[in-house]
Design a protein around this ligand. Structure first.
Ligand code: MN
Length: 237
């Protein structure tokens, strides 16, 4: 079974006596990988040398959701609406995304993961959709799963069309989005207000970025199945 590395998320320890962070992965990511026939492996942030040791043994990677990438990474000053940033996550995940892109390692980037991957390859983000004038579509829904928010329309045929059809609804828990796609990444789907909701790296076995959270929607776990399938083509059975 293919080994799928998951970029770890963190929560602050509630105890003030022990101001450390827990690094882990929210449960739906783990269940989605397992249900798809993969073996989840949690990857905490660490230096590139160690990450590379891990990546050489992994068959695929998921960049998970979380806070905002540091806008300094794409040459901007922070706006007041910027959320929490994590230099550790940024540095580690930039490396994961670049390694996956360069080495043909199957990768699925989710929400923050889509944004980090775009920045890693030279793209730029909207730091805050409301500030940037996107007010017509709810991209930061209150309701948890299984609630959906807005629709997306496909710009290209391919995996998303096969799984969901030309127009489908997604959940939406983001206030940032990709503004400029770097060269090599092609847009796949957008919300009715033009916010980019999916992209892929051309000339790569599987490098898919989605702005919504498929791990929270079992009917979207076909995306994880596609990742695991691409990963299994790399690993000995
Ligand atoms: Mn959205």
């Amino acid at each position: 079974m293919p080994l799928i590395g998951l970029a770890a998320q963190y929560r602050w320890n509630a105890s003030k006596r022990m101001p450390a962070r827990f690094w882990g992965v929210l449960d739906p990511y783990i269940r989605a990988i397992q249900a798809s026939g993969g073996v989840p492996v949690v990857l905490p942030p660490q230096d590139p040398e160690r990450l590379e040791v891990a990546l050489r043994r992994l068959d695929g990677v998921v960049l998970t959701g979380g806070g905002d990438p540091d806008p300094a990474l794409y040459g901007e000053e922070p706006v007041p609406e910027l959320g929490e940033v994590s230099p550790e996550r940024d540095q580690s995940e930039l490396f994961l995304a670049r390694y996956a892109a360069r080495n043909g390692l199957p990768m699925l980037g989710i929400c923050r993961g889509m944004q980090v991957a775009a920045v890693a390859l030279g793209g730029r983000l909207f730091q805050d959709l409301g500030r940037a004038g996107f007010r017509e579509v709810e991209h930061y829904q209150d309701a948890g799963p299984p609630a959906l928010s807005h629709s997306v329309g496909l710009l290209k045929n391919g995996l998303l069309a096969e799984l969901f059809g030309a127009r489908f609804r997604v959940n939406s828990y983001h206030h940032q989005a990709v503004r400029d796609l770097p060269s090599g990444l092609e847009p796949l789907a957008e919300a009715p207000d033009g916010v980019l909701e999916a992209a892929r790296l051309a000339d790569h076995p599987f490098f898919l970025l989605v702005q919504w959270h498929p791990e929270l929607l079992p009917e979207h776990w076909g995306l994880f199945a596609a990742l695991v399938e691409a990963a299994s083509r790399r690993s000995p059975a």
